[in-house]
Design a protein around this ligand. Sequence first.
Ligand code: F6R
Length: 279
Amino acid sequence: MRRERRHSPMQLDRYSEGSMEVIILPDAARVAEVAAAQFADVIRSTPDAVIGLATGSSPLDIYARLAELVRAGELDVSRVSAFALDEYVGIPEDHPESYVSVIRREVTEPLGLDPSRVHVPDGRAADIERACDEYEAAIAAAGGIDVQLLGIGTNGHVGFNEPSSSLRSRTRIKTLTRRTRVDNARFFERPDQVPTHCITQGLGTIMDARRLVLVAQGEHKAAAVAAAVEGPVTAMCPASILQFHPHASVVVDEAAASALTNTEYYRHTYENKPPWQHP
Ligand code: F6R
């Protein structure tokens, strides 16, 4: 059954100015704690929340922290649904690095999510285009994504929307850049085993989520974070589209923040955040 859709980001935009919040924290452990707390807040206020999942290294400690909260009885995820951002094309489902395996291992099992409510794009579908359309339809039928977790590629991608992706794109097949395949080679035995294609939620799909939480840790992400937050909005840095989102948080450690220039303002804003401002 179609879940009633709460306000869309654009409706929200009509009565709140909306802006990107940049939260700079001392280290990766604090990034995980703060981002997990943001997810936990959404789930506590919306027990049937639809959460958006990222894979890769950046979100792992966040999932571990959420699992801890569940185990401690401080978070109930029994009614939560989830949608992953992306999946490799052509990788067997039981390959340990297929995103369907990664999501099962890192999220569904540790958090005890109902597996029937956890969705990953089908990179093995005979008709990929149809699988993409069905994924979009499933997100819409679930009522849209309440909070989407994002990592950022060293080339500024979010999901697998590589530089030059359409800023309004929907879920579709994409060719991975050489840079992304080199970056992700660490997950595979040999670099040539990294798949060449993927299915990814589009930038338009991601922007439809009611709230976005982008996390980045480490100096190797500093240039991409600076381009996304302080550079021009451009398809050459897909993460820069977040500047248009009315409720996006960028949660970074000192190293990932090291190329930002407006840091005094971000720190001041976060440290003096009034209780009426959205969490
Ligand atoms: C993965 C994804 C990618 C990663 C990005 C960063 O689902 O959507 O955008 O978030 O490549 O990867 P890590 O976290 O491994 O540095």
